[in-house]
Design a protein around this ligand. Sequence first.
Ligand code: SF4
Ligand code: MG
Length: 322
Amino acid sequence: NGPLLEVTDLTKHFAVHKGLLQRVAGHVQAVDGVTLSVAPGETLGIVGESGCGKSTAGRMMTRLLTPTSGQVRLRGKDIAGIEDGELRRNVQMIFQDPYSSLNPRMTAGAIVMEPLIIHRIGTPDERKARTEDLFRRVGLREADMHKLPSEFSGGQRQRIGIARALALDPSVIVCDEPVSALDASIQAQVVNLLMDLQQELGIAYVFIAHDLSIVYHISHRVAVMYLGKLVELADRATLYSNPRHPYTKALLSSVPSPDPTVSRGERMLLAGDLPSPINPPSGCRFHTRCPVAISRCKSEVPAFKPCGDGHMVACHLVEGDD
Ligand code: SF4
Ligand code: MG
């Protein structure tokens, strides 16, 4: 009964080229040494500002991108060596933009059915029945199968994306900002749909967002990323009521409390802009914006260490377990 997905020391560096001769001008350390796991049926939220590497990490978890180093294991097997059909029957992805992630020339029914055809699952009749069932599950009508993506609203398009991701009955879906492009009222509907599907089907989610308020309802645990690094990871109640990392505190200071009776301690505000991920700051990457930084923060990278009850924090000011 181990973890479903295990991410170990996951790293992705891109070279950045400049000028006529395309010399290498630096390296984007998009994801740097990320280690985490996802249990069957669990939702792990991953939160951070744009450019923090959360989407890149999600793409490596689904093998849409190859890591520079590190590993993603599915039930103990490195996904680098898993046959494509087996991988897609287990790991699927939903994208941020329901406008560009669906083929505009295919009907909604064909989009949802396509994975069954690609992976040669069922007879034509079985595929049709399966597609109808998927439409029902995500709250679309059978008549919708014959429409093109342009005929749907943003929320409905995301439902089509979800139905397609469900077609092969995966054990985990990586959801990359699936509601960021939608109106607030529609966001709640899509999040509720994902939660209902998890109840019915026992799917695990990696739910990527740039805002802690969106992941609050859906997540069992939440990980916070900053400039390619994991800075904090805890179960939801702990992260929202007892954040330990200054960056998490700052993020929480900027969103309304989901539970106003719980105090979060001192407020913390972010100084300055997000530095470029090209050649990021030395030591703790957060030191240029951290209101409580000390001198060693500039030179020493803080370890990502446990501080009780599965709570992990990377900050020199936080005492580890031992
Ligand atoms: Fe701030 Fe230093 Fe902690 Fe980084 S290690 S979060 S700079 S106090
Ligand atoms: Mg992104």
